[in-house]
Design a protein around this ligand. Sequence first.
Ligand code: GAR
Length: 201
Amino acid sequence: MNCARIAVLVSGGGTNLQALIDAEKSGIIKNGKIELVISNKAGAYALERAAKAGIESAVVSKKELGSHEAFEDAIIKLLEDNKIDIIVLAGFMVILSERFTSRYPKRIINVHPSLIPSFCGEGFYGLRVHEAALAYGVKVTGATVHFVNEIPDGGEIIMQKAVAIKEDDTPESLQKRVMRLAEWKILPLAVEKVSLDIISK
Ligand code: GAR
């Protein structure tokens, strides 16, 4: 295998997808290639980022397909048709079932905007994670990249990076800093690490 074939699953703005696209261009990711972007939301800006980078994309809507099972089956078909090796969840706001995750052991990677095991699991996503960190009063937070298994945010940790909280932080300011200083750095590094591991097997 020359390069691990990567699919990125998104739901929103796609700044983490952009970090991966940029890392591939700059050579930080050299053993993997983003072949496909899948969004569960039709209007997601991440789809425009994919188009601008010339990456094939697809929208898979749970609402249109009628059930979670049919939704996951449609994603599995796309992954199989495209011979995908690594699935990256980059701001993908859907919890995948065990039926799905058990098909891809150590092949699904997620980025989460806290230092797991703090502020993670069901209900902790996006801005809510930073609201919870500020409400608790922690002085340090960060981001985690981990493998995905049947436990939400419970799979093996691949990489983490800490970010200091400032006195005047709002959830929005903290979210931006955690993205810039942690997520956009460790996600590409983790994807490169897993790509290399896969192609070396
Ligand atoms: C990111 O902060 C990501 O870590 C978080 O959503 C944001 C998506 O931003 N993911 C989760 O909370 C998953 N539990 P993006 O679309 O700009 O990459």
